[in-house]
Design a protein around this ligand. Structure first.
Ligand code: GTP
Length: 337
């Protein structure tokens, strides 16, 4: 077999939407602003697979200056990218927590942090924490896990969850996740409020939209599954084409890939014609379940991080412009200018 050379670039279709800012995002963002005065801690959830792309510049401005813990959710889905945790720890120090819904130890570690903060706060009303973040990053799942582990005996779910963006539409009531001191907990206890996922009003970078869609951060169908499957194929080829060896040999051709998936998974139309749409939906669902690799999608090199920070600091700047400015700055540095 000839040596396989993966695609070097992916051409982002011009039809990719640049916005997904809905009425309840706008209303939610305003409500968060009004709530902040009664909140002592913000738990900002970001998807570990998208540590930069799920940082919302709009939310960032709203919660600037507040006591905050960064919770990288779905950490089980990014374990194949070496060094990602270390990079984030280096960036945010002890303000960062890695969480996995399937690992109660990660929930316990977070509860410990909440109890510690509650002890230090000495409040009559208890510690009130607000969970915020982009759609579908796992906010409600986190709240339910904190409640389940922190207040054993309370079995029912406090917040509705789902694998689609936009399950939570309104800010919920405060949910107790740590009992008061009289009941064996801390002070007057710890309460957490869930909020709807808030998207950014405008995303200039088409590739960011592709990555967010892969992780289900925007509504299904806004970007066709076949287009996302092509982008996923491009990324898998860069990581390791062996990830999809159960379907076919390495290929850069999405149609060839989807043909193989359709045949293997029985996604066929009348007459045995491969159903690309269903085959694409199948591979996306496998990727989201971690069955086609568990990789972080954002690049976390120094230059990428600096470009991202530059973009956050100057909202008028596109990610593309920020990356270009970083590249030029690096070049000048190398030339000793
Ligand atoms: N593998 C994995 N999946 C997770 C984890 N946390 C949440 N999920 C899944 O992610 C999906 C979204 O979770 P939700 O808790 O509904 O997300 P949300 O942020 O509240 O979503 P919105 O209501 O859109 O704001 C669900 O299918 C969860 O089961 C995790 O740690 N690991």
């Amino acid at each position: 077999m000839a040596h396989f050379v993966p695609r070097n670039t992916f051409s982002i279709p011009s039809s990719i939407p640049k916005t997904y800012f809905l009425g309840h995002h706008h209303a939610g963002a305003n409500k968060i602003k009004t709530l902040l005065s009664s909140i002592s801690l913000v738990l900002e959830c970001r998807d570990f697979r998208l540590p930069l792309s799920t940082q919302n510049p709009t939310l960032e401005r709203t919660i600037a200056g507040r006591e905050r813990l960064l919770v990288y959710t779905k950490s089980d889905l990014g374990t194949d990218t070496p060094g990602a945790r270390q990079t984030l720890k280096r960036l945010y120090g002890d303000k960062v927590v890695f969480w996995d819904k399937n690992k109660p130890s990660t929930t316990e570690a977070l509860l410990k942090r909440l109890k510690f903060t509650a002890e230090a706060q000495d409040s009559l009303t208890g510690l009130r924490a607000l969970v915020v973040g982009m759609p579908n990053v796992g906010k409600s799942t986190l709240l339910n896990a904190l409640r389940k582990v922190g207040t054993p005996g309370k079995k029912t779910k406090a917040a509705k969850t789902g694998d689609q963006a936009g399950v939570t539409r309104k800010i919920g009531t405060a949910v107790r996740v740590v009992e008061s001191e009289e009941k064996g907990g801390v002070g007057s206890g710890v309460f957490v409020l869930d909020t709807p996922g808030i998207f950014q009003p405008y995303v200039d970078d088409g590739e960011t939209m592709m990555k967010v869609a892969l992780a289900h951060g925007i509504k299904k169908g806004l970007i066709p599954d076949e287009v996302l499957a092509d982008y996923l194929l491009y990324r898998m080829n860069k990581w390791d084409p062996g990830l999809y060896s159960r379907y076919c040999d390495p290929t850069n051709d999405v149609n060839e890939f989807l043909d193989a998936v359709a045949k293997r998974e029985g996604k066929l139309k009348a007459g045995g014609v491969p159903n690309w749409q269903e085959a694409a939906a199948r591979v996306l669902s496998q990727w989201r379940d971690g069955k086609l690799g568990r990789y972080v999608l954002d690049e976390l090199g120094d230059e990428d991080i600096r470009a991202h920070e530059m973009m956050l600091a100057q909202p008028a700047l596109s990610l593309h412009q920020a990356k270009k400015a970083q590249k030029e700055a690096r070049k000048r540095e190398r030339l000793g200018e």
